[in-house]
Design a binder for this molecule. Structure first.
Ligand SMILES: Cc1cc2nc3c(=O)[nH]c(=O)nc-3n(C[C@H](O)[C@H](O)[C@H](O)COP(=O)(O)OP(=O)(O)OC[C@H]3O[C@@H](n4cnc5c(N)ncnc54)[C@H](O)[C@@H]3O)c2cc1C
Length: 357
């Protein structure tokens, strides 16, 4: 990318950033999305494994409000998501029991299909971590660190959307307090706390496929377990697979205890051991085990807003699920609010009604 002036840079290609960028681009702004990872979706994440895959962040899509309902409708009409189960189970006080039925949707190639849909048609620079935002002669200048690629040259933009978890946002924004960024905005961002989570992604021998298929449950939520929060049968989300794949997610308490560990394998193994004790004895003996650390997994202390905005020193809007909750509905809602707020602070164009098609 040349050193040119663009209207809006959106930092973060999670659901919030993608929805915001989509809205602003549809209104005619020139928008670029900057993402530090190779894939889109942020915490909506799918790990590719040999011959199979696993959703190791967001577990499934469910109606949580107006925007997730519309998203599910649009994606299922186009065959991108399908009903996975209406019957989740819960594990509490040593007992496994069915929960109140509710529809849970998944995508045939993994949940990142949602992000790919939302990102279609956008200009997205991947593997580019934004490391500084500085005001410079009436515009923002963004600088980058490439992840396995060369960094982009500095990018000049009129306005910035910061659509990332608050601790990561603060790393970029705290240096701006000397440039006139309101202290109140920083204080509000500092009040939002996140819980971490570990995801163990375990593959088992092919002869386990039939056994997993015959289980009554596809996903189990753990209530008040010291170690676990979720076990999902990933292979049951896939229409054709010869592999058995299970994702085990930790509790916040467990993840906080081991957050700074350097070797993640024993942590994943501990999670599998607990899953074996509670659900199926052979879950502690995978053929392959991968472990992912989510440092900022779920918002513990969300705000009750759509976004946070300022024009000091230049137009900047912050958004994310943390604005109102810790789920996809709040990310979608914040993406829309962020786009509206940014438009108000720039050219007040007519913003189209959000559609997911
Ligand atoms: C383990 C787990 C399970 C979950 N399960 C569910 C569930 O079942 N249902 C549900 O509704 N929600 C669930 N969630 C929550 C849901 O995933 C989030 O609410 C939602 O994805 C947040 O989207 P976001 O766009 O606000 O943030 P994010 O998804 O965090 O997106 C931020 C993006 O910004 C990028 N980024 C960060 N810093 C920079 C930088 N400096 N430069 C460039 N890019 C940067 C990140 O790589 C990321 O792609 C789960 C989350 C986790 C972690």
């Amino acid at each position: 990318m040349q050193e040119t002036m663009i209207d809006i840079a959106v930092i973060g290609a999670g659901i919030t950033g993608l929805v915001c960028a989509r809205q602003l681009q549809q209104a005619g702004y020139q928008v670029v999305v900057l993402e530090k990872s190779r894939g889109l979706g942020g915490r909506v994440a799918t790990r590719r494994l040999e011959g199979t895959w696993a959703d190791h962040g967001t577990r499934y899509l469910e109606p949580q409000g107006k925007w997730t309902e519309q998203l599910i409708q649009s994606l299922s009409d186009r065959g991108i998501v399908h009903l996975w189960t209406k019957q989740l189970y819960q594990y509490a006080e040593g007992e496994l029991s069915p929960q109140e039925p509710r529809p849970c949707y998944v995508a045939k190639d993994g949940i990142t299909a949602i992000a790919k849909e939302l990102g279609a048609g956008l200009t997205i620079q991947r593997q580019q971590r934004v490391i500084a935002i500085t005001p410079n002669a009436g515009h923002w200048s963004l600088t980058f660190e490439g992840s396995g690629v060369d960094p982009l040259p500095p990018l000049q933009v009129r306005a910035v959307v910061v659509a990332i978890p608050t601790p990561q946002a603060l790393m970029l924004l705290e240096p701006l307090s000397q440039e006139g960024l309101p202290e109140e905005l920083l204080t509000t961002l500092r009040s939002v706390e996140f819980d971490p989570c570990f995801s163990a992604i375990a593959t088992y021998a092919p002869n386990r496929v039939a056994e997993l298929e015959n289980l009554p449950w596809r996903g189990v939520l753990f209530r008040d377990d010291a170690d676990l929060s979720w076990v999902g049968l990933e292979s049951s989300k896939q229409r054709t697979t010869q592999q058995s794949v299970v994702v085990v997610q930790s509790s916040a308490q467990f993840a906080t205890k081991y957050l700074e560990a350097t070797d993640l394998q024993p942590i994943g193994q501990q999670l599998l051991t607990r899953a074996a004790e509670t659900l199926l004895p052979w879950l502690d003996a995978p053929t392959v085990l991968q472990v992912h650390r989510w440092r900022y997994a779920l918002t513990r202390t969300p705000l009750s807003t759509g976004c946070l905005a300022t024009t000091n020193p230049l137009p900047l809007v912050c958004g994310g699920d943390w604005c109102s909750s810790n789920n996809l509905e709040s990310a979608l809602k914040s993406g829309i609010a962020t786009a509206h707020e940014m438009n108000q602070r720039l050219d007040q164009r007519s913003l189209p009604i959000l559609t997911f098609a």
